[in-house]
Design a protein around this ligand. Structure first.
Ligand SMILES: [Fe+2]
Length: 288
């Protein structure tokens, strides 16, 4: 069973989250940004369904840094590249290094974990890792299965997660690539985390987990499982239309998710999209 990788950004830790009905904004918060599914190519002009993915990623990153104030970390939840190319990962690294912010990356079904580890170094987190942001734990899970678009965590990783959460009751956010519950799109729901229900059982036993945040679905998604928030986020390139039985393109522009982690243990987030982005995938596309 792999030992969780634990590097602390900050040793500050609240003894007990306070209880209130609303986030206590006066008590302050930590801000992190989730950017997901950039699908970069080795070729800077590489396109996915008519969207130049490097250009759209750069545009979303620029928007995120300008719009979201006091950002302390960036999280990339998979499908960093589309062609498993070293140059795609080098491009991601150059762009993220330039921000001066700590960043964390987990693999998606289009990624090569060996290349990620070679080219992104300690920012590539798998199979399970924890990083601290103030008094919160950010927990990263590799949900990918080699050769498959769908995901699975497996008993060993779920057990590691349970041990990790049992040992540290700080409020936590979990990040993984595939979605752990159905998003009401039949084609996409065949590609989720096969043992997502088991993941939710682990979260039920450890209520300090406030949210599970995924990529993969290329759309905004918000659901509740008891007090737990389950969040999906638009891709930085092509968007998939929500609640469709078959593959369908959404004409909404690319975006990212801003996540605020309050000192009282509450979480608040919002999706921010580009406006007037010139490129768009053709709604006639039948797949990617
Ligand atoms: Fe993707």
């Amino acid at each position: 069973m792999p030992a969780p990788n634990t590097i602390r950004m900050s040793a500050n830790r609240a003894s007990q989250p306070a209880r209130s009905t609303q986030p206590d904004e006066s008590s302050g918060w930590h801000t992190l940004l989730q950017l997901t599914d950039p699908h970069l190519f080795a070729d800077p002009q590489g396109r996915l369904l008519d969207v130049t993915t490097r250009r759209s990623f750069e545009a979303v990153l620029e928007l995120a840094l300008a719009r979201s104030l006091r950002t302390e970390a960036l999280v990339l939840t998979g499908d960093l590249v589309h062609d498993e190319s070293p140059e795609g990962y080098r491009a991601i690294r150059r762009l993220l290094d330039r921000t001066g912010l700590p960043y964390y990356c987990i693999p998606g079904n289009h990624d090569s974990l060996p290349l990620m580890k070679d080219l992104l170094g300690p920012a590539a987190l798998a199979p399970i890792a924890v990083r601290s942001l103030g008094d919160w734990n950010l927990v990263f899970l590799d949900s990918t299965e080699p050769g498959r678009e769908s995901g699975r965590l497996g008993q060993a990783r779920l057990a590691s997660l349970g041990e990790l959460l049992a040992a540290d009751s700080a409020p936590a956010v979990l990040f993984l690539h595939q979605h752990p519950i159905p998003v009401q799109s039949a084609w996409m729901d065949a590609l989720g985390v096969a043992d997502g229900e088991e993941l939710l059982l682990v979260c039920d036993r450890h209520p300090q987990v406030k949210a599970v945040v995924c990529g993969h679905i290329h759309q905004e998604f918000t659901e509740r499982h008891g007090a737990l928030q389950i969040l999906g986020t638009p891709s930085t390139c092509v968007q998939f239309k929500p609640r469709c039985a078959d593959f369908a393109i959404d004409t909404r522009p690319p975006g990212y998710r801003e996540i605020r982690l309050f000192h009282d243990g509450r979480i608040r987030s919002r999706v921010v999209r580009l406006s007037d982005y010139p490129e768009q995938a053709s709604p006639a596309a039948a797949g990617y």
